[in-house]
Ligand binder design. Structure first.
Ligand code: ATP
Ligand code: MN
Ligand code: MN
Ligand code: MN
Length: 293
């Protein structure tokens, strides 16, 4: 897999260059090569050689006029997050891509927080990709970039990861979500959920699982929170029960559309069980039970 292969091929000097570009991007749209020379202490030739490799793998982007400048790109940002997780010992090995959403790439990984004591823990790293599509459009008209647009993808992805990690920490373990383990930049480390999402599963006891899901929505609501993107794709099932994933778009009860979003979440679930298992439940009474109204 690309990210993993690239990460293995990088050395500490490549990481230093990426960190230099990341730091420089707080002040520059395109980080001048002179600034990178200062940050890394490398000669121009050395830097050119190293940057060539990073550019080939899309970790950084170059602009050569009006001055030679560089930007970090998503795979480069992934590398910096992985590097942090490895240093913190929350990730010790990275495996294949196991999921790709509209707004993220998810990799399998291994965490060994207590080397020699506990068993290695199977985890995933979710790399957020919010803002990438708009960034591509922005790239095409790069002459007209303003700072805000330029940073939007990094900020959007960081913010989404922060939001998702915060809410998971808040509701775990009362609400059945993957255990949140670590987060850095635009990436989250969390427990790997065994089993499959509802849409890929044929349940033998659908009534039981439907009750479980509605119970989770109710517990979640008691925290004042609504998932707001609940569907058969974001609910995992296994013999131990259900796990709800994919949280960055959650809203709180004071959100102007909170009621509609709760209703939509519940209806998505009920419609799935109605279509696939012919189970009919009243949406109105399910919602009444959830919000106690
Ligand atoms: P969407 O396009 O639905 O908004 P997303 O980009 O927000 O998706 P997620 O739904 O969180 O991303 O994750 C994408 C996929 O990765 C999931 O559908 C699932 O297959 C897999 N995945 C995510 N988290 C986990 C986990 N903790 N354990 C196992 N698989 C996971
Ligand atoms: Mn979604
Ligand atoms: Mn999803
Ligand atoms: Mn999502």
């Amino acid at each position: 897999d690309q990210t993993v292969k690239i990460f293995k091929e990088l050395d500490s000097r490549d990481i230093r260059i990426l960190m230099g570009i990341e730091a420089g991007m707080q002040r520059h749209e395109w980080v001048p090569v002179e600034e990178l020379m200062k940050f890394t202490g490398f000669t121009y030739e050395k830097l050119q050689f190293k940057l060539g490799k990073l550019m080939k793998n899309d970790l950084v982007l170059i602009r050569s006029a009006p001055y030679e400048g560089y930007q970090i790109y998503f795979p480069g940002y992934d590398v910096l997050a992985i590097n942090t997780f490895v240093k913190r010992n929350t990730v010790s090995a990275i495996g294949d891509e196991i999921g790709v959403g509209k707004e993220s790439i998810v990799h399998e990984a291994i965490s060994e927080p207590d080397i020699g004591i506990g068993d290695p823990l199977s985890v995933v790293i979710k790399f957020h990709r919010q803002g990438m599509t708009s960034f591509k459009q922005v790239k095409r008209t790069r002459e007209h970039l303003v700072d805000k647009e330029h940073f939007s993808w990094i900020y959007a992805a960081r913010l989404a990861a922060q939001r998702e990690y915060d809410v998971m920490q808040k509701i775990y373990p009362d609400v059945s979500v993957p255990r949140p383990i670590d987060h850095n930049r635009h990436a989250i480390v969390m427990e790997l959920i065994e089993g499959n999402s509802l849409n890929k599963t044929k349940l033998l006891d659908p009534q039981y699982f439907l009750d479980e899901i509605l119970e989770q929505i109710k517990t979640l609501y008691s925290f004042g929170i609504i998932h707001a993107d609940l569907s058969e794709y974001n609910i995992f099932v296994n013999p131990k029960g259900v796990k709800i994933i994919d949280w960055p778009q959650y809203v709180t009860q004071d959100h102007p559309h909170a009621d509609e979003l709760l209703e939509r979440d519940v209806n998505n679930v009920l419609n799935h069980f109605s279509r696939k298992y012919k189970i009919r439940r009243s949406s109105k009474s399910a919602i009444e039970d959830i919000c106690g109204c």
